[in-house]
Design a protein around this ligand. Sequence first.
Ligand SMILES: [Zn+2]
Length: 154
Amino acid sequence: MNAIDVDDRGVIVACAQCGQGNRLAYERLGALPRCARCAAPLAPPAAPIELENEELFEALVSRSALPVLVDFWAPWCGPCKMVAPEVARVAALGAGRWIVAKVNTEELPAAGMRHSVTAIPLFVLFKAGNEIARHAGALPADGLRRFIEGQLGH
Ligand SMILES: [Zn+2]
């Protein structure tokens, strides 16, 4: 699976044509950008983004131009592991429409506390920095997609 890098300013995707890493600013994630080197169209993020610290979590959730589905999980959680491929699929299904991010509650306990994560897996949908819905428990990719689309009014 292709890893997607993030930093404090945006999401970094590799150009399929020339391999150049391009940063998509959080605020412009809904745009259809072109590669800075070769001008080929860049594909929007289509895989879950692993958020490795609290700052990246805050930056993505508060500034993303696209809605963000956050999968709160932990390594010891069996259902979380089982649902991981479904989470990856819903990231691909929503490419260009929403972002899927993963938060390991062992590594980012403050994010979990702030959003009252009491049971995992927990899916929280954020739009413009605000939580708009949550679903506790595993769902297949199609169920996750319907959950998101129902909230976004698609
Ligand atoms: Zn390129």
